[in-house]
Design a protein around this ligand. Structure first.
Ligand SMILES: Nc1ncnc2c1ncn2[C@@H]1O[C@H](COP(=O)(O)OP(=O)(O)OP(=O)(O)O)[C@@H](O)[C@H]1O
Ligand SMILES: [Mg+2]
Length: 471
């Protein structure tokens, strides 16, 4: 993935999110600044701290959506977490440090994928050799180098080593013959002649202990959990699978063999520390409200635990220590009941950039209904297309849906763009049910217009009480 300029990032976000330009700009600049920093001399780079962002805006206006889309654009470990999910250290639940551990896991995945790409060709060759051996009837046990007795080594010299193939008695006397057989088999394998043939392979698996499974490795000190991890033996068992499936499994095994785990961890930690981004959603949920109840105390505790992580500190993980100095934090919250000032001042201070997202208007709704790549109207068209029904939306239908959504938001709770989904569901309630029958009757095209929309929503809009449930 290439590193996008701020303008390119905004353009990408525009494909999915309508409006909210200042928020888009802010995140685009913050992401680009990570790249800029990477170009600097280490001397000065060390001094450039990430400028954390806090996004504030009513519910359903695109905060989480921006994060979701951004995560697919950035070439960096990126995790989105809900602040409300954490509990203070010492209490039952996830502690905030686990977000750093999650981020590192993502970094590991990223680096592993890259390294797998590098060794792919070599790994694929090994897999082919192993498959050929298996097709020749060799059992997998003998393939395992650690289980193969040392003294067989010289005998295999000169033969394909990567497959770990051990010659059978007769072939040993005629190595040429055997090599020919293998080559022919290899050719057929490549031509796809054996894809559905079943072979038996050895699959290694780490068992999750009952305690670990129940509590999640998170509940343990990272040191303890990696210790436990080592205690749990790798279990290997045999399984019959098709060649097609075996290829995927063996590729993973061979790739693992070729990847240097130590180096992988080192790179992943570096990547996580230097480029990692954490999206801290629902941050308003940990702000203290008016009351001074027990919940508030624990929210304060989560805030306090967050401080050092956002500020920069060292977090222990099972793979090593991760320093959070350069990790970028983007927080978001609706701040309905709580205000930003209800957050601890120290925490507020760690989010120097504030952007506000705007409440969505009727015109925004019109655009949201039609413009994004996966706009609701497009989704609905695609869904009914599968039944053989062609749905088209008249401009008047879009007008009506936007207007009714805005009206409902004004007269009831304002739930932002989420209202459009309920409106859409309502309009299509009967059609979604009847579509297969309608197509059978020959009603294969359907145009939705404003009148139809209003008709469908009329009964519900009229009855305020009922509308609360339905809309
Ligand atoms: N500006 C927008 N453009 C396009 N779609 C939007 C926009 N805002 C919201 N949506 C759609 O509405 C839904 C809810 O939006 P989102 O999850 O971003 O809300 P939010 O701002 O995070 O609200 P909350 O504070 O309740 O978490 C999403 O499915 C999203 O696609
Ligand atoms: Mg959200």
């Amino acid at each position: 993935m290439k590193d996008l300029t701020p303008r390119e990032i905004v353009t990408e976000l525009d494909r999915h999110i309508i409006g909210q330009d200042s928020a888009k700009r802010a995140v685009a600049v913050a992401v680009r600044n990570r790249w800029r920093r990477r170009q600097l001399d280490p001397e000065i780079a060390r001094e450039v701290a990430p400028k954390n962002i806090i996004m504030i805006g009513p519910t359903g206006v695109g905060k989480t959506e921006i994060a979701r889309r951004l995560s697919k654009l950035v070439n960096a470990p990126f995790t989105k977490v809900e602040a409300s999910k954490y509990t203070e250290v010492g209490y039952h639940g996830r502690d905030v440090e686990s977000m750093i551990r999650d981020l590192l896991e993502l970094g590991m995945k990223m680096v592993r994928a890259e390294q797998a790409d590098v060794v792919r060709e070599q790994a694929e060759k090994s897999v082919e050799q192993r498959l050929v051996s298996l097709l020749l009837g060799d059992t997998e046990d003998r393939d395992e180098p650690e289980e193969a007795p040392k003294h067989t080594e010289p005998q295999t010299a000169g033969l394909p080593r990567s497959g770990g193939w051990v010659p059978s008695e007769e072939a040993e006397s005629k190595p040429d013959e055997h090599a020919r057989v293998r080559n022919r088999l290899l050719q057929k394998l490549r031509d796809g002649a054996f894809e559905d043939r079943e072979i038996e392979i050895v699959i290694k698996e780490k068992q999750t202990g009952p305690i670990m499974g129940m509590m999640g490795p998170d509940q343990f000190d990272p040191g303890v959990s990696s210790f436990l991890d080592n205690l749990i033996p790798e279990k290997s068992h045999r399984r019959k699978v098709t060649v097609r499936r075996a290829r995927a499994i063996l590729l993973e095994q061979e790739t693992d063999k070729l990847i240097d785990e130590e180096k992988l961890i080192e790179q992943a930690i570096e990547r996580t520390e230097q480029n990692g981004i954490i999206f801290l959603d629902e941050i308003d949920k940990i702000a203290a409200g008016e009351g001074k109840g027990g919940a508030d105390v624990s929210r304060q505790g989560v805030q306090r635990d967050l401080l050092p992580i956002v500020e920069g500190s060292s977090v222990n993980t099972r793979h090593g220590v991760v320093n959070t100095d350069q990790i970028l934090f983007v927080a978001a919250g609706a701040f309905h009941t709580a205000a930003v000032k209800d957050l601890m001042p120290e925490l507020q201070g760690r989010f120097p950039i504030r952007v506000e997202l705007q409440a969505l208007t009727r015109d925004d709704f019109k655009r949201i209904l039609t413009e994004p790549d996966a706009a609701l109207t497009k989704q609905q068209e695609a869904l009914l297309e599968t039944e053989g029904m062609r749905v088209t939306f008249d401009a008047s239908a879009i007008d009506a849906m936007a207007e009714l959504a805005a009206e409902a938001n004004a007269s009831m709770e304002n739930i932002g763009a989420r209202r459009l989904m309920t409106v859409m569901e309502c309009v299509f309630d009967e059609i979604s049910f009847d579509a297969p029958d309608m197509v059978k009757r020959g009603e294969k095209t359907l145009t939705i217009d404003g009148e139809f929309v209003r008709e469908r929503l009329k009964t519900i809009m009229k009855d305020e009480d009922l509308s609360k449930f339905v809309l």
